[in-house]
Ligand binder design. Structure first.
Ligand code: HAM
Length: 420
């Protein structure tokens, strides 16, 4: 134990659990890599105004949850609380939208930071896999992203998740709804903070989880009833495409997201085994964000899936991933000469693509065999002086317990064949 601990709201990923985390990350990204999305990586911090303008001045993320700092040079930066604003900033900066056919399709993987009240599933440092399709208004693109996320979760074996779907309208119909909602909310018995929110960001009030607020919201007007014809037609097509592809969803007229850039399609993936932090992923269309951060009009859509919560969802469903062992062959040398010979065989195996490890140090045979067992290796190679005198090593199948002498020069090739 050192004097230090991981900061509040964070945790360390350590073996063996970290292997599951990596596999989840890979599985969430796999469908994107097969669907025309190119990998993008942006800095862990950005100009604070990018998020203030992009995510929204009045959102919790910007007002309460950002880690901000001023550099020695006087720049105001923030650790990224989310990926969309950064990825769009990067695409605009590199003029990706002018270089080829639209949409520009990008995916990313990384750490994000929010100064939230920590609890299970809610951390101050967390990990997302994200996808953004930039510069195109096409319901098939919205549907594509939802289908790909569904495919990703299913590929992991998850089943108890639901897709909540809504349309937040556009700059034509949302203001009309906003006003109607404000009118309704002003007639309720709300605390001062919430009344202020009604003035600044009334849609967020719909997301207030407190029972006394939810009770009063039963008759609140729904955005679905205010959608303009264009938004209604767009949403209808997204829904139809999902249905045709066999992806079930629930219409949720109350679904508003914690970020202000959304318009039209919004969705969330919720897992029923996770308690209050049930959203394993979410996203939507953000047709106005590019202009908000100084770019041209570039209607876009995207999502981010939470890796930490997806791991928790797997645990909640009792799904264990079938991970390949990190070591297939473990070498146990008995004596100095055997160390050199087996070190050579292990190097040969690794060069041939076989995962191999070695009993380092001079612990006894018992300790070395324990390490071999713990490694999960299917085969061990053991060699002592007598073996080497005969030019062989002992190859042991850890599953059957069977053991055979194999010529040293053939050991690597024999193992490669056995494991192929
Ligand atoms: P978000 O809903 O804020 O969306 O985050 C997406 C996912 O990240 C959540 O569903 C959740 O699984 C995970 N997540 C968020 N905050 C935490 C936390 N404190 N601890 C653990 N997991 C967390 C966005 O970030 C948008 N950028 C998504 C998007 C992309 N929209 C369009 N494109």
């Amino acid at each position: 134990m050192s004097t230090f601990q991981a900061p509040k709201g964070t945790y360390d990923l350590l073996p063996p659990d970290s292997a599951t985390f990596l596999a989840v990350r890979d599985a969430l990204a796999a469908p994107l890599r097969h669907s025309g999305y190119g990998y993008v990586e942006t800095p862990g911090f950005e100009n604070v105004d990018l998020f203030a303008r992009g995510v929204g001045e009045s959102t919790d993320i910007v007002t309460k949850e950002m880690y901000t700092l001023t550099t020695k040079g006087g720049d105001r930066l923030a650790l990224r609380p989310e990926g969309t604003a950064s990825v769009l900033r990067a695409a605009l900066e590199a003029n990706l939208h002018k270089q080829g056919a639209l949409p520009v399709k990008l995916w990313y993987s990384g750490s994000y930071y929010r100064y939230e009240r920590p609890q299970k599933g809610r951390y101050r440092h967390f990990s997302q896999i994200g996808a953004e399709a930039i510069g195109m208004e096409d319901p098939a693109l919205d549907a594509e992203l939802i289908v790909l996320a569904d495919q990703a979760y299913r590929s992991l074996g998850l089943r108890d998740f639901r897709i909540l779907l809504n349309s937040l309208g556009d700059k034509e119909c949302r203001p009309v709804y906003r006003e109607a909602l404000q009118g309704f909310l002003r007639g309720l018995d709300l605390d001062e903070d919430t009344r202020r929110r009604v003035d600044i960001n009334p849609l967020r009030v719909l997301d207030d989880k407190r029972a006394e607020v939810q009770r009063q919201l039963a008759d609140a007007p729904l955005l679905g009833d205010y959608l303009c014809d264009a938004c209604r037609a767009y949403h209808k097509e997204v829904r139809e495409l999902l249905t045709e592809e066999g992806v079930s969803f629930e219409d949720d007229g109350r679904l508003v997201r914690g970020l202000d850039y959304y318009s039209r399609t919004t969705f969330e993936f919720v897992h029923d085994g996770l308690g209050s932090q049930s959203a394993v992923g979410g996203g939507g269309r953000y047709d106005g964000l590019s202009e908000m951060i100084g770019g041209p009009a570039l209607p876009s859509v995207g999502w981010a899936l939470g890796v930490d919560r997806t791991v928790l969802a797997l645990e909640a469903e009792g799904v264990t991933l079938d991970l390949p062992p990190s070591t297939s062959v473990f070498a146990v040398p008995l004596g100095e000469e055997a160390r050199r010979v087996l070190f050579g065989v292990v190097t040969q195996l690794r060069r041939a693509g076989v995962a191999a490890d070695f009993a380092y140090g001079s612990r006894g045979v018992k300790g070395a065999m324990k390490a071999a067992n713990r490694s999960g290796a299917r085969y061990t190679l053991v060699a002592g002086e007598r073996d080497l005198a005969e030019g062989v090593v002992q190859l042991k199948d850890m599953e059957s317990g069977e053991q055979n002498a194999v010529p040293v020069s053939e050991a690597a090739e024999a193992l490669r064949k056995l494991l192929a």
